[in-house]
Ligand binder design. Structure first.
Ligand code: F6P
Length: 366
């Protein structure tokens, strides 16, 4: 039991949004340090913000975090509940009443000094809005998408990168055997970090990310040039949010309609069809899907999640609320919760990895 002084006596902890490897390592980091160093009481809230609305929680004891460092998923459960959508009139929730008010009421009922939220952009945005409503909130940045502003890396990204890279490695041999173009679709609706990094790590011949709208003619030219050089197969890595130059020129409504008609069953299949039509080459598509989010965290994610978790416990002890812990350069620090709120960290067009990819002969779709 802790013997250091702590401003925070009791806090709630939840995991929200899509899960990712490293969540349990982070929960363990926060809880061990909070309990062992500072003797705080910990309330584990089930299924993200939903648990705080539906009064689904339990007190966590140190033994609840034994053996979870290496486990994928989250022992707390997760949901994509976004309570502030109610107030914007966008809610599709079946839960009656003001969900933000329910969260505030239950926060007080539990006598919490702070709410610790582990999540991506949506989760940290909700955390920031709750802080503006008067709650004490701390955020931790998790997501395989690596798209949170304020941190140099999110935990979950490194594990997903390893899985994506292994998948690309495996596709190489079968693409070669059959002289095919194989398109592999990786996650990343808004940001292309995962596709870009896995594409570079796996030696993708084409990498398509949402930040750089693609021209199918440029892709065709690249693949045909490869064929002329005697390279009988190619690997095309596509982020799920990739879009064509024609789509990029459309307004939001038009684009939504166009995608509903053409993205079937997903963007990887559309790109494979388009390449087939453009070049006449034999193409196949593979969608990696939730495999990217499952399973054990990489060593690097375990280390990052543990360091971010224990740093969050230190902020709790100091009563330094309204922050998101972050990897900044080679150190662990924190930023105001407004920094990540309502933003997406895209791949900047001058990012060195884009130049790296092109320098080794990878086409970025333009
Ligand atoms: O966790 C982020 C993410 O992996 C995105 O890349 C993907 O678009 C999304 O989750 C899909 O998750 P779900 O189906 O759980 O909403």
């Amino acid at each position: 039991m802790g013997n250091r002084y702590s401003v925070t006596k009791t806090f709630g902890i939840l995991t929200a949004g899509g899960d990712c490897p490293g969540l349990n390592a982070a929960i363990r980091g926060v809880c061990r340090a909070a309990y062992d160093r500072y003797g705080m009481n910990i309330v584990g809230i089930a299924n993200g913000y939903l648990g705080l609305i539906q009064e689904n929680w339990r007190f966590l004891r140190p033994q609840d975090t034994y053996g979870i460092l290496t486990r994928g998923g989250t022992i707390l459960g997760a949901s994509r509940e976004k309570p502030f959508k109610d107030r914007k009139g966008e809610s599709d929730s079946e839960i009656e009443g003001d969900r933000v008010q329910a969260i505030k009421d239950n926060y007080r009922k539990l006598n919490l000094d702070c709410l610790v939220v582990l999540g991506g952009n949506g989760t940290n945005t909700t955390g920031c809005l709750l802080a503006r409503e008067g709650l004490n909130v701390l955020g931790l940045p998790k997501t395989i998408d690596n798209d949170i502003v304020g941190t140099d890396r999110t935990f979950g990204f490194h594990s997903a990168l390893a899985i994506g890279t292994e998948a690309i490695d495996r596709l190489h041999s079968t693409a070669q055997s059959h002289s095919r173009v194989i398109v592999i679709e990786l996650m990343g609706h808004k940001a292309g970090w995962l596709a870009l990094y896995a594409g570079v790590a796996g030696g993708g011949d084409v990498i398509l990310i949402p930040e750089i709208p693609y021209d199918i003619k440029a892709i065709g030219r690249h693949l045909e040039a490869r064929a002329r050089e005697g390279k009988s197969y190619s690997i095309v890595v596509v982020a799920e949010g990739a879009l064509s130059t024609a789509e990029a020129a459309m307004d939001k409504k038009e684009r939504k309609k166009y995608r509903a008609e053409t993205v079937n069953p997903s963007i990887g299949y559309r790109v494979a069809r388009e390449i087939g039509e453009e070049t006449g080459m034999e193409t196949r598509a593979t969608v990696l899907g939730y495999v990217q989010r499952g399973g054990i965290p990489s060593a690097s994610d375990r280390v990052l999640a543990t360091a971010l978790g224990t740093a969050a416990a230190d902020l709790l002890a100091k009563g330094k609320y309204g922050r998101m812990v972050a990897l900044i350069g080679d150190s662990i620090g924190s930023v105001d919760l407004s920094v990540p709120a309502e933003k997406v960290k895209n791949v900047p067009l001058d990012h060195y990895m884009l130049d790296t990819a092109q320098a080794v002969g990878t086409c970025l779709g333009v």
